[in-house]
Design a protein. Sequence first.
Length: 292
Amino acid sequence: MKSFSIIGCGAVGKTVGRLFYEAGVLEPRDILTRSLQSAKDAAAFIGAGRATASWQELREADLYLVAASDDAIAACATALAESGAVQPGAVVCHLSGALSSAVLEPVARLGAAVASVHPVKSFAQPSLCVTDFAGTWCGIEGDPAAVDFLSGAFRAIGGELFTLDPRFKTIYHAGSVLVCNYLTALIEAGAKAYQKGGVPREQAFQVMEPLVRATVENVFRTGTVQALTGPIARGDAAVVSAQLEALEAWDGEMARLYRDLAVVALDLSRRRGQASDSGLEALARLLDKVQE
């Protein structure tokens, strides 16, 4: 069985490491983190692997998973290259969604095949993630040999692979932030607007929940164009104008958020083709005026 070592073993690294081990895909070798204790904790969670205290203690492995934070990956690649552990033909992979495999260039110079794999999943609780990882979409890019090797390994633990363009990976990752982190932020903004309208916060979430769930279901059932409803879908510039005016009087940041999202919604409304041309033109003039 081929071996793997993990560099920087946070929630994602621990989840993937344990899944590889439990599925019998790869044999854990070394685990190196910022502290020996955290490496020991990671090894205990995975169920195997040797916690190491320094780069010099790393042994040769077939795969090195760099599961460190984004701002530490470049330094980890340099230190890994200097450790002497990486041999030609080894695979080195990081798990960042924002960085391309090019950041691993120091080990690529030694003859390693490099790649990145980004599991599109929230890894808040590794103990739960190992139970529901199957079906997780994983974006991959890098050297063909590394991509082939890693595709097989991730498919063996239930991953679904799709190809990324490394030139625009930061923009790709911003998409995940928009639909995950910023969806949470958008719901919070909606809750504040409900509260301003006199709805207690706890009740606001009760009122919003069926609306949010139905909207998300509609998006994935019919697509964003057909799922759009509300004043912009109808071409109702008067309602949008009144809401923008009220929001500006209350909270300028909230008004700017509403306007920016209205621009995206207007494009969807045009593609939907149900609002009148006059209504769409009025909305476009309104949003242009507000932007100025």
